[in-house]
Structure formats: C-alpha cells, structure tokens
Design a protein around this ligand. Structure first.
Ligand code: GAL
Length: 415
C-alpha cells in the first residue's frame, strides 16, 4: 500500500522513487505496524503500546497497518501478498515459535540478536521462551506478551439460573453442566465460532485426553494422530459441539463472545484476550476456569514483533521494538490486552484479578504450545487443520477428521 502511495507521489513530483541519491532526503519518520488488533480489548492494548512508543520515540509516528480478523486469518493472507510484491510493513505481529520459521526461511525478517544484547533482554525473558524464539542461534522477534489459550469464560448469572456454582472438575462434569444449561432453556450453552476457534476447542480437549506431554508430542512426531486417544478426544469434541450455536462457522470470536455477554450462552473457550475484551465491552463480571481436565497445563502463545527485511524506516522500527520489549511497554500493553508480560521483572500491580491468576499459573504451570496461535505449528499446517475442521463442522465424520489431521501431521511434522 505504502509503496504504491510513495511511487504515486514520486511520479507527481517527477522524481525517481528508488535510489534518487538525494542525500538531503529526510529519513522516513513513520513506522508501519501490522497487526490484527482493530477493536475491543485488542485495540485497547495496541493503543496503549502506541502511546508508550510516542513517548519513547520522539519524531517517530505510528502508522496503523492492522487488518481485521481473529487470530490473523485475514492479516496473514494480506501479509503474504505484500511480501510477494516487496512492500512489507516495517514491523508485523507474528507468534513466537513455529509460525516465525516460515518468515525466517523466506528471508523476510531480520536477525535481532544484537538488540537482545544491547537492550538486556536475555536476562529478563524466560529462558524457555528465548529458546523458542531462537532459530539456528539467532533471534528474529521481540515478544510483547504471553497469552493463555486454554481458558473457559463464563456468564455467572446464566450458570446460576441453572444451579451451576462451581467449575466442572473434568470433561464429563463439563458436559453434564452443558446439559443442565440446555435443560434450563439455554439454547446454545457453549458459544462457538469459526474454524480456528474450533481448533482451540479441539486442542483443549486433546490436552485433557492425552495429557500435556502426549499433546505436545502431536506436533513433534512423538504422539500418533491415528491413536485411540485422539479418537476419544474427537468423540468428546463432538459432544461439546452439540451444545453450541449452529451458526458457528460464520462467527469470529467476538461475535461468539457476544452470545456470552448477552446471556445466550453460559461458556466460551477462548484465549485470554477475551479477559480484556469482556471488560472493554462492559462485562467485567465474567468468570473463568482452566479448561476441564487440563490440570496445570498452560497453553501459551506469544505475540512478537519483527523487523521486516527491506523495512522503510529501520531506525523508527528499532525504537518500536525497544518499546515492545521494555518493562514499561509490557506493563501498559498487557494491562489493556488481557495477556501477561513476557518479561519476568514487571510488577503484578495494576493487572486484573484474572491476569494475576495467570501470572501465578505461568510460573507454576506446565507449558504446552498452541497450533491455532502459532507456537506449535507453522502456518501451512494450521491452514490444513482449519480446513479439516471446517469440513468436519458440516459433515461430522469423526474418522475422516482424524485421518485428515493425521495426514496434515505427516506432511508438516518436523522430525
Ligand atoms: C491471537 C493473538 C492474540 C489475539 C487473538 C485473537 O492469535 O495472539 O493477541 O489477537 O489472536 O485475535
């Protein structure tokens, strides 16, 4: 977009846009930041980060390149097109872990290892996270946060009307509570959305049925996608879907969340960006619990920011990344975003009760990655799984779903 605009202006002025050799040309002072954070708690988080960037980086201006769509479904497509026409944003949001490897292998993002050293990031980020961010000895992004995916959000008033006052202890108890809600007249007790949100639900069920180690092994080749436990999880998943809204495939996560806010559903499984979003949308009285049967598993993902190869404004982007990685940047951003700081030295004061509980769980929990949010699998794998779930959602053949999932793993698992 921006390159097209620059070319158009250059043409009007009758100058060459590339390599004019004019040393008096001032360096660009806008940093285009590409995310999928456009509304509610997500926008509130981005706005807080931008305010900090403006204070930290005098002379630099934020340019919003956001593309709407939960989990970046549309943004990632748009980013691919921009990369193909050599028009990258200065920096873009990408999940730490497997998702970044595609950009690294394609030579689309720069090595930021030297910044880690000069900004002292290694000592203040968890060693496991730094290891997850390191590819062939180099680090290519700065994490802004840690999100948790395996959380169920509740509308306590709806649950109370059906006599439900305590969180279910396992999947069987959860399904029994969903049945109670249905019997109490709640048409769709579990708010559901499109493909990637269904993948989140399936992943949560897989964690319960396979345990954290078995689940993580699905993405390393150590656990068999064709096994009996995966079949069992698909049966549980199918039971859960039967308590959801029928228009699930047409809804993004905020629309499914609306069913919860409006009392049309009692529960929604969603990442903890929901904590900020529910508050931003005037529903601070939500309840939450870890997905039943997940025990101490903390399914994490981390939004991180990159420096694109060929970025127009490298100096400004460096300053953006420094703010993203700073203690103050992480404090203000995460307080508004629902996630917790990736840095370990940010005080917990000023964070919501949910976030304080997530901070404690992150310290004591068992980390497991997420395929829906890029820490476990690269994008092509995620796309294949989402497609399998979309066809399952209309066709409902569990055997075909399991075989589609297994075939996707055969193609993408990195030995
Ligand atoms: C995730 C991302 C979160 C949030 C969510 C919903 O992939 O890590 O920050 O934006 O998507 O859109």
């Amino acid at each position: 977009m921006r390159m097209v605009a620059v070319l158009a202006v250059a043409a009007l002025l009758g100058v060459s846009a590339c390599g004019s050799g004019d040393d008096d040309t001032p360096p660009p002072s806008t940093v285009e930041v590409f995310t999928w954070w456009v509304e509610g708690g997500e926008k509130a988080g981005l706005d807080a980060l931008v305010r900090q960037f403006t204070a930290d980086c005098p002379g630099q201006r934020f340019e919003n390149g956001a593309v709407a769509g939960g989990a970046g479904v549309n943004a990632k497509r748009e980013l691919t097109q921009r990369m193909a026409r050599h028009d990258p944003p200065d920096t873009f949001q990408a999940h730490a872990g497997a998702e970044l490897i595609d950009y690294i292998d394609a030579g689309q993002i720069e090595d930021l290892t030297a910044y880690y050293d000069s900004w002292g990031l290694r000592g203040v980020l968890p060693a496991d996270l730094v290891a997850d961010l390191t590819v062939r000895g180099k680090i290519y992004s700065v994490p802004a946060n840690i999100h948790r995916a395996n959380v169920v959000w509740t509308n306590p008033a709806v649950l109370a009307r059906a006599g439900i006052t305590v969180p279910p202890k396992d999947l069987t108890a959860f399904i029994a509570d969903l049945a109670k809600l249905k019997a109490a007249g709640v048409e769709a007790p579990l708010a559901l959305g499109r493909d990637w949100t269904q993948l989140m639900l399936l992943e949560a069920v897989l964690i319960s049925d396979l345990g954290p180690t078995g689940f993580s092994g699905l993405f390393t080749g150590d656990t068999d996608w064709r096994g009996a436990l995966v079949a069992k999880a698909i049966t549980h998943f199918t039971a859960l879907l039967s308590y959801g809204n029928l228009d699930r495939d047409a809804l993004d996560w905020p629309q499914a969340e609306r069913l919860l806010i409006d009392g049309k559903a009692g529960y929604q499984l969603m990442g903890d960006w929901a904590a900020a979003d529910l508050a931003a949308k005037g529903f601070p009285g939500y309840g939450w619990f870890t997905f039943p049967g997940n025990g101490k598993a903390f399914q994490w993902s981390a939004d991180s920011f990159t420096l694109s190869t060929g970025a127009a404004n490298v100096t400004g982007t460096e300053c953006w990344l420094k703010t993203v990685g700073s203690a103050t940047g992480q404090q203000v951003f995460n307080a508004a975003k629902g996630s917790i700081p990736a840095r370990t030295d940010v005080p917990s004061t000023g964070f919501s009760p949910y976030q304080q509980s997530a901070m404690a769980d992150w310290k004591s929990g068992i980390p497991v990655p997420s395929c829906a949010h890029g820490s476990a699998c690269p994008q092509a794998w995620q796309t294949a799984v989402n497609a399998a779930l979309t066809s399952y959602s209309s066709g409902k053949d569990g055997k075909i779903l399991q075989s589609d999932l297994a075939q996707a793993a055969d193609l993408f698992v990195r030995p």
